[in-house]
Design a protein around this ligand. Structure first.
Ligand code: ADP
Ligand code: MG
Length: 447
């Protein structure tokens, strides 16, 4: 096994990460490795977990799961705390143990439907995910979920996997990131294991590929992905894909893949709004209160955070985690003042900074045109007006100069931008529809 792993991960990785592992037991199809620190365990499970499992399983087919466990009673490991609570995928409970099952990349135990808070911005995505998770006949294939970073794509995909496997334990559900897909593909090429690779991917019942934009521009990986995708669709196997934008807008993605991705149901996760953020905060806060029963939360703190922190849920969670940890050290009550103190940097960073790209995307969405048409050269009025609206909002809401804005609109001249901004300024006074559009857009963008 060690030799195989050495071949797969390379000498450096092997010495740094794999060598310290010790097989401490095999029971009921689960192989347990002891690791010196939970940091190491987490790192190994995230980066090499699937490979290790794959190799273990090919030597000992009865093993379908591996776990990493820190030796009992080890002193608290500072390295592990440093990784912070947010990105510790696959860390269960106290983070000292990780668990990998065959056919799934590590799934985060916290990412279930129970812990997913539903609001207007994500209700459609949630409903679609639920439908897939029921495991009935395949109605839309693939399900394509997209949205900005930290809006819950990965959470929903894990939730689907958890629910499917709990309803139908015999189902083989494969969840992995597009990056892992590529990694495995390259590995298979290198080891001349393409047959195994194809067989493995074509034998799953449900395939979920996260962050598909990662394979954009990577030609042979796209090629293989395309074939895998088709083979599964032909067998009527469910596929779920996520991306950071709509299929048609992922640059350097082959057209045939784009059109395949659009064949099923495409739903987006919108930026969170105030109500959703508050809901998420309340739900996380309840979880924390169990962990820190002595801490009191003053009125208004959650509302304050929901107002002040940007749309990214990950940032929101990070803030709350820090707040509880900090408060538990200094007192019993989480006051507004303490919150402002403890989170000063986060609050400053999320003072509403809207990017040109965000504005372009929102405006394109709002007017139902493609981002590429908004930025592109076409002068059709149906593109030109939204383009001017976007320019106007860029001028109003960002600190970019006119030439900079022009550059981001397909290399237009600053006078074009100036003209657009003036035009919208005029229209705003005369045209109620435009005024309303601007108002809605601004509110969405401000989160
Ligand atoms: P993405 O994959 O879209 O970048 P994630 O799914 O990783 O985002 O979500 C980031 C973090 O925010 C995760 O910890 C996730 O649990 C949390 N989160 C996102 N949306 C929700 C929601 N609606 N309810 C509860 N938690 C959420
Ligand atoms: Mg994600």
């Amino acid at each position: 096994l060690k030799q195989r792993l050495l071949n797969t991960v390379g000498k450096n990785n092997y010495t740094n990460w794999i060598e310290p592992l010790e097989l401490s037991g095999v029971k009921d199809g689960v192989a347990t490795f002891s690791v010196p620190t939970s940091f190491l365990g987490n790192y190994v499970s995230q980066n090499f977990g699937d490979l290790i499992l794959y190799q273990v399983n090919s030597i000992a087919p009865e093993i379908r799961r591996i776990q990493f466990r820190t030796a009992a009673n080890t002193a608290r490991d500072p390295a592990a705390t440093k990784t912070g609570p947010a990105p510790q995928r696959a860390a269960s409970g106290n983070g000292a143990e990780t668990d990998i099952r065959l056919n799934t990349a590590p799934l985060d135990e916290r990412f279930t439907f129970d812990t997913f808070v539903v609001g207007k911005p994500n209700e459609l995505a949630h409903a679609a995910a639920k439908r897939v998770a029921e495991g009935g006949p395949v109605t839309f294939n693939p399900l394509f979920l997209y949205g900005g970073v930290g809006l819950g794509k990965t959470h929903l995909m894990h939730a689907i996997a958890w629910e499917l496997t709990s309803r139908q334990p015999e189902l083989s559900v494969l969840y992995l990131s597009a990056e892992q897909f590529m990694y495995r593909f390259v590995q298979a090429l290198r080891d001349r294991k393409m047959m195994d690779f194809k067989e493995m991917f074509r034998s799953v019942d449900v395939l979920m590929v996260d962050d598909v934009q990662f394979i954009a521009g990577k030609e042979s990986t796209q090629e293989e992905f395309f074939h895998t995708f088709n083979a599964l669709v032909d067998q009527n196997k469910q596929i779920v894909i996520s991306g950071d934008r709509a299929p048609g807008e992922i640059e350097n993605l082959e057209d045939r893949i784009k059109s395949r991705l659009q064949c099923g149901l495409v739903v987006d996760l919108h930026p969170t709004d105030y109500e959703l953020r508050l809901g998420i905060l309340q739900s996380k806060c309840e979880q924390y209160s169990r962990q820190y029963p002595d801490l009191q939360m003053s009125d208004g703190v959650l509302e304050f955070l929901a107002h002040r922190i940007s749309t990214n849920v990950r940032v929101l969670e990070g803030a709350l985690t820090r707040l509880f940890a900090f408060a538990s050290l200094v007192g019993h009550e989480i006051t507004l003042e303490l919150t402002q103190d403890c989170l000063a940097d986060i609050l400053r960073a999320s003072e509403r900074k809207v990017s040109v790209e965000e504005i372009q995307r929102q405006v394109a969405d709002h007017y139902n045109i493609r981002l590429s048409d908004m930025i592109g050269p076409k002068r059709l009025r149906s593109f030109a007006r939204p383009r001017q609206v976007a320019m106007y909002l860029c001028k109003q809401m960002t600190s970019r100069s006119l030439p900079e804005i022009g550059r981001r609109f397909g290399g237009r001249d600053h006078t074009t931008v100036m003209h657009g901004v003036r035009r919208i300024d005029e229209l705003r006074a005369q045209d109620a529809q435009i005024a309303e559009d601007l108002e809605i857009l601004r509110r969405t963008l401000e989160g």
